[in-house]
Design a binder for this molecule. Structure first.
Ligand code: DOR
Ligand code: ZN
Length: 336
């Protein structure tokens, strides 16, 4: 069996910088038409200069494949409307991190005082710049996303013209919140469609599956699957592929992040096929994102066939992917 996907999009991607960027960018650019590039570098991307030069480095690292890096700015409550106006054509969204909640998020927002956030959010709303949010509180790790839902609701209610993307949702609660507000959307990762906390810590600890937000309960995974497989128009694929060097993952104090970008389309084809939902894959990996963000990425047709694909153990002796050394049921035959 053969399928083809047009213009696959990864609407939440960590490309890093320097050596890691050089390793991972070509892997995304090979099979994806474009990706929303996260700004949690050290230091975070908060100026026009940093944004433009990071975009140049991404394009250079991506090589010759046609690939559009959709850039984001790291949310700061002191951005002025003039500054946002000056960068609006260079970015697709602004990404908000609660302070210290995940990798390189120390400069994020503390407390969610609407009065403090309102000037920037109103300006974004007026300029039509979407807000992407890492929605976790600092509470008990399994409850962090659920505890953040009231904050999403407050944001959605107070800024009805602002498009708000709940990033990498992991819970049934988040899927339900999506239905209550017209201006709420969500990305879903590959790993949260495949795993629960049991896969991470139910047997021997699996550092390569450790991420933020942590994978949750079976009923949460089912709710995410329902949304993705039914081509729910408010959800889109965002891998949250987050590469870390092998020694940072296989270590006491394991870094959070699952590296999925190079195997994402193959694994999604397998998942959707196994659920008899291949006809929903195009919407989930491209069409929904195009209409939510109003984008027109470079044309790319990716042909996949149902035949075994052995996932590499490691890329460039540095970064270990999800399903390393395992066989997937679908392979990419061509992309271009
Ligand atoms: O597991 C994660 N890793 N979650 C995030 O939100 C950030 C990411 C990273 O940048 O490593
Ligand atoms: Zn992320």
């Amino acid at each position: 069996m053969v399928i083809s996907i047009n213009d696959p999009l990864d609407m939440h991607l960590h490309l890093r910088d320097e050596t890691m960027l050089d390793i991972v960018a070509p892997l995304s650019a090979e099979t994806f038409s474009g990706a929303l590039v996260m700004p949690n570098l050290v230091p975070p991307v908060t100026t026009k200069e940093a944004l433009l030069s990071y975009r140049e480095r991404v394009l250079k690292a991506a090589g010759s494949s046609r690939f559009e890096p959709y850039m984001t700015l790291f949310f700061r409550s002191d951005y002025t409307p003039e500054f946002l106006e000056s960068v609006k054509d260079e970015i697709l969204a602004v990404k908000l991190y609660p302070a210290g909640i995940t990798t390189n998020s120390e400069g994020g927002v503390s407390g969610f005082d609407l009065l403090e956030l309102a000037p920037v959010l109103n300006a974004m709303s007026d300029l039509g710049i979407p807000l992407c949010v890492h929605g976790e509180t600092g509470g008990f790790v399994m409850d962090r996303e659920a505890e953040f839902i009231p904050i999403y609701e407050k944001l959605a209610r107070n800024f009805p013209d602002l498009k708000i993307v709940m990033e990498h949702i992991t819970t049934k609660d988040a899927v339900e919140a999506l239905k209550r507000f017209e201006n709420l959307y969500a990305t879903i990762t590959l790993h949260h469609l495949f795993i629960t906390l049991d896969d991470v810590a139910g047997g021997l600890l699996q550092p390569h599956l450790f991420c933020k937000p942590i994978a949750k309960r079976p009923e949460d995974r089912m709710a995410l699957l329902d949304a993705a497989l039914s081509a729910d128009s408010k959800v889109m694929f965002g891998s949250d592929s987050a590469p870390h060097p092998r020694e940072a993952k296989e270590a006491p104090g394991c870094a959070a992040g699952v590296f999925t970008a190079p195997i994402a389309l193959q694994a999604l084809a397998q998942l959707f096929d196994n659920h008899g939902a291949l006809e929903s894959l195009q919407a989930f990996v491209s069409d929904n994102a195009k209409s939510i963000y109003g984008i027109n990425p470079p044309e790319k047709e990716v042909v996949l066939e149902k035949s075994p694909y052995l996932v590499p153990e490691i890329y460039e002796a540095t970064v270990v992917p999800m399903f390393a050394g395992q066989s997937l049921e679908w392979r990419v035959v061509s992309a271009g």
